[in-house]
Design a protein around this ligand. Structure first.
Ligand code: F0G
Length: 351
């Protein structure tokens, strides 16, 4: 045991890489599995947060991107492309830098958090805003990857899911077995599918004694899997999961059904409440979409869909610093004081 080597080296024998694969890594993975005492008290469950915002570019996408970019490099790619609600583009841009590749990103105009836009730009990605939603961007990216010499690194690239399944390995490696329930936000539906792959693989090989029930949560204005049909104009404040026609729809339904789990919708109001709860009661700053996992757990415990007393892991997928708008909205403006201890003490309610 030395320092963490990134998900490819840590789980090399479980990933489709060979000695010839150039490993492009920012030492992603190895994220904390943090006990959540307040959420546990509220739900009567033993709740842990898998804090994926602590990955190199601030989201879980880095686990998949190290694989996608390494395999693209192995195949000789000089350029990569992705559609994104922000996090995939931030991750692709950073890993493309490490690989010396050009990175093109397509994002829905005006609908991605500014921090994510800044990440893609600072890493030198070629960014186009598309006059459409994420689903339109993905369709465009797929077409470009067919007709031009550029590799697609969205989660329709199977290497992405291979990389992302390592998060399930880490949960089992830490807890000694799978939890009873694993809660996740669902957007394009790749991550819930990847976790299910990871849990199944560990159970099949006897590393884990069991698999968890997978519980996925979409935003109610962007909940095609819950409704059973694509949503042409998805709408939610959680822009990361504002997706109306998820690419991994079938895989996610399979994860739900095989695990005897559920996929449900949470309202924007519930997402915002969970976001504030995590910040103010757990000391964990996540982005809005990430709070959907915890919002979903709270809802499911109230409805009885998830029973009290269980061991539950909620993945919080992205770092709150990516999108400070919602942190600042509703917060009081800072008070200015002179360089004077007494005045400061009065404003702080100490005097
Ligand atoms: N949480 C965050 C913070 C995300 O950025 C995403 C997806 C999800 C959850 C949902 O994961 O798509 O695997 O179901 N973001 C993609 C992107 C779409 O472009 O960054 P999923």
């Amino acid at each position: 045991p030395g320092s963490w080597r990134g998900v490819i080296e840590e789980y090399r024998e479980r990933l489709p890489v060979t000695a010839d694969t150039p490993v492009v890594t920012l030492l992603e993975g190895g994220t904390p599995l943090l006990p959540a005492p307040r959420v546990s008290a509220l739900t009567g469950c033993e709740v842990f947060l898998k804090v994926e915002g602590l990955n190199p570019t601030g989201s879980f996408k880095d686990r998949g991107m190290t694989m996608a970019i390494s395999k693209a490099a192995e195949a000789g790619a000089k350029a990569v492309i992705c559609a994104s609600t922000g996090n995939t583009s931030a991750s692709a841009a950073a890993y493309a830098v490490r690989a010396g590749m050009m990175c093109a990103v397509l994002v829905p105009q005006g609908k991605i958090a500014l921090g994510k836009l800044a990440q893609a730009l600072v890493h030198g990605a070629k960014l186009l805003q598309v006059d459409g939603n994420f689903d339109d961007c993905l369709e465009l990216a797929r077409k470009l990857a067919v007709d031009y010499p550029v590799a697609l690194v969205n989660s329709v690239n199977p290497f992405r899911l291979d990389g992302q399944k390592t998060a399930a390995f880490e949960v089992v490696d830490t807890l000694g077995d799978a939890p009873d329930v694993h809660c996740l936000p669902v957007g394009n539906a790749g991550n819930i599918s990847a976790y299910w792959m990871g849990y199944q693989e560990y159970a099949a090989d006897g590393v884990a004694a069991r698999t968890p029930r997978m519980a996925g949560f979409q935003a109610s204005g962007a909940a095609p899997i819950v409704r059973g049909e694509p949503v042409p104009k998805p709408s939610t404040i959680a822009t990361a999961i504002r997706i109306g026609n998820p690419a991994s729809w079938q895989l996610a339904e399979r994860a739900r059904d095989q695990s005897r789990g559920l996929i449900d919708a949470v309202t924007d109001r519930e997402i915002l409440a969970a976001y504030r709860l995590l910040a103010r009661e757990e000391g964990v700053f996540v982005e809005l979409a990430s709070a959907a996992s915890v919002a979903g757990l709270l809802r499911s415990v109230s409805s009885g869909a998830i029973e009290r007393g269980l061991r539950v892991v909620c993945t919080v997928t992205g770092n709150g610093l990516k999108d400070t708008d919602w942190a600042l909205s509703g917060a009081p403006a800072p008070i200015t004081v002179p360089v004077d201890a007494h005045s400061a003490a009065i404003e702080l309610g100490l005097a």
